[in-house]
Design a protein around this ligand. Structure first.
Ligand code: AMP
Length: 219
């Protein structure tokens, strides 16, 4: 299964991708996570990307296309993958098509998580993750059962992304509408685009997504 999750920042792509990877035995590929790892490692790519990410803008297509090409070569991608945060521009979508065609592969489905812009700032500004296992939480919408303790691994240290603040969200949403939303017609023309209501609660979104993806597994 090769899936793309599209949607603005805060739509729930990462949350849903984590659930789907367990259910379908495929890997989540988050280019945002990959870039944050490069920033933490202080690599050359990380040094180039850091300021761009903190401003809520998009890192250059060249960097992302190279990064993604290397990632999907790895053995853990053989059963399939869920792209979360890639492609984010039309040139990235075209490069992805070419990359997969050269390996006789193709994307099976593209799901757009639709969410109103007004809901996104609150979603993004309140979110944080467990430092140890990466499980996602939210100050209001998804608290751990025991305050300050990760439900999944018992960890007690949590982190917030540098770009998850009200000031940067506006720029990230603008980048989504200007540069990423134009990808939608690209996949609609291929007959691969489906929509899911990302305003519903997290479990309801998972139910809708799995109903769609089960049709791929059954096919
Ligand atoms: P995300 O975790 O997907 O919200 O990504 C965080 C930030 O990483 C974005 O705001 C961009 O600056 C950068 N980024 C992640 N994926 C891409 C991509 N495919 N193309 C360009 N920039 C990206």
């Amino acid at each position: 299964m090769k899936l793309i999750l599209l949607g603005p920042p805060g739509a729930g792509k990462g949350t849903q991708a984590k659930r789907l990877q367990d259910r379908y035995g495929v890997v989540q590929i988050s280019t945002g996570d990959m870039l944050r790892a490069e920033v933490s490692a202080g690599s050359e790519v990380g040094l180039q990307a850091k300021a761009v990410m903190e401003a809520g803008q998009l890192v250059s297509d060249d960097i992302l296309i190279r990064m993604l090409a290397g990632r999907i070569e790895r053995a853990d991608c053989a059963p399939g993958f869920i792209l979360d945060g890639f492609p984010r521009t039309v040139p990235q979508a075209q490069a992805l098509d070419a990359m997969l065609t050269s390996k006789s592969m193709q994307i099976d489905m593209v799901v757009e998580l639709k969410v109103d812009d007004a809901a996104l700032t609150d979603r993004i500004a309140g979110r944080y993750t467990c430092k140890a296992c990466g499980a996602g939480y939210h100050d209001e919408f998804q608290k751990p059962v025991i305050a300050g303790v990760c439900d999944k691994c018992g960890g007690t240290a949590f982190v917030r992304r540098a770009d998850d603040n009200r000031e940067t969200v506006g720029a990230r949403l603008a980048a989504y509408h200007a540069q990423t939303a134009p990808i939608l017609p690209h996949y609609a023309a291929q007959g691969k685009l489906r929509e899911v209501d990302g305003m519903a609660d997290i479990d309801a979104v998972t139910v809708e997504l799995t109903a769609l993806l089960d049709t791929l597994v059954a096919a």
